[in-house]
Write a protein that binds this ligand. Structure first.
Ligand SMILES: C[S@@+](CC[C@H](N)C(=O)[O-])C[C@H]1O[C@@H](n2cnc3c(N)ncnc32)[C@H](O)[C@@H]1O
Length: 302
């Protein structure tokens, strides 16, 4: 089999070494640590391309592509394992890329810094908005729970239990929390979090179902009691249907308090409109950003 001219990394023409090998390759470079030349074009950039050496494919040699190899694979077809090694080396060196760019003094470094700054800015903006909202909502909620010291609390939308923990830690000793989460897996994790946080099953109950379903079964959980506090943090489109269901089931008293989160969302508009049409039944006690505290009954009932 013939060869074409090429040079090793130490500038030795390839043909001197290629004689001792059964294969030689076009545009090959070798290092002293490897016995056979490495075909650089084969490394990783030729995925999906047609074979550069059609005469060396198993098909061209009359072999079936799935046939079992009798000898070591690298002897009959050396490229795949070399390619894998080179791809692995390339991938392993990727984490070093920022260090290399930072060390070299070039316009590339300035560009790299600018890209990093932009990415951080975008990420920081997104993360902060969410964190701030969750935090402000909990501060808002904490203040109401401290002030009202509710004994029976219903939370709609537990997710993984962050607000549940905040409520539970402020409840009076005999206070209990019923919390609803429609996603069963999330409800399971949320319950685990409450238990790990140190709360007991006598203090809370997780209802893994929709808010509508939970409300229809709530009387059996509450017995003679009514709800002192209802926290709506699930689906804003469900706020009005759920409020109407709570009324129908006679689960609210003249002293019940409702906390609604994310009322700026389009789905919550109908509940706000409804509340304005019932000034004798509901009073907006405070509004902060998109959070509302509503009292059942007008201000004279308090
Ligand atoms: C914004 S997250 C609640 C966050 C939680 N209160 C906290 O701060 O930790 C809304 C949750 O409500 C759940 N959810 C949405 N619609 C629901 C429904 N109709 N009934 C019960 N849960 C619902 C979602 O699965 C989601 O986990």
């Amino acid at each position: 089999m013939g060869y074409k001219a090429g040079y090793t990394l130490d500038r030795v023409p390839v043909h001197r070494r290629a004689h001792s090998h059964t294969h030689s390759h076009t545009h090959s470079y070798t290092t002293d640590t490897l016995d056979t030349p490495i075909s650089l074009p084969c490394m990783c950039l030729d995925w999906g391309r047609k074979p550069e050496y059609p005469e060396e494919t198993p098909a061209a040699r009359g072999e079936h592509t799935n046939s079992a190899h009798t000898g070591p694979r690298w002897e009959s077809n050396p490229r795949p394992w070399r390619s894998k090694i080179m791809v692995s080396l390339f991938l392993l060196s990727l984490p070093l890329l920022p260090v290399i760019i930072t060390l070299c003094r070039s316009p590339l470094r300035a560009l790299y810094h600018r890209v990093c700054e932009r990415v951080l800015k975008v990420l920081r903006g997104k993360v902060c908005v969410r964190r701030t909202h969750a935090y402000i909502f909990c501060v808002f909620l904490d203040e109401v729970v401290r002030r009202e010291a509710p004994l029976r609390v219903l939370e709609l939308g537990m997710h993984c239990g962050y607000t549940s923990v905040r409520i539970l830690r402020l409840l009076p000793t005999s206070g209990t929390l019923l919390t609803v989460e429609v996603d069963p897996l999330t409800a399971e994790k949320g319950e685990e979090i409450l238990l790990v946080a140190g709360f007991k099953n006598s203090q809370f109950q997780v209802l893994p179902c929709s808010s509508a379903e939970a409300i229809s079964r709530l009387a059996s959980h509450l017995g003679e009691d009514l709800l002192d506090l209802v926290v709506m943090d699930h689906d804003p489109e469900q706020y009005l249907p759920d409020l109407l269901a709570l009324q129908r089931e006679n689960l609210l008293s003249k002293r019940s308090v409702l906390i609604l989160n994310r009322v700026a969302e389009a789905g919550a508009r109908v509940v706000l409109e409804y509340l304005t049409t019932k000034p004798h039944d509901y009073t907006v006690h405070q509004r902060f950003k998109d959070m509302l505290e509503i009292r059942c009954g007008n201000s004279e009932s308090f």
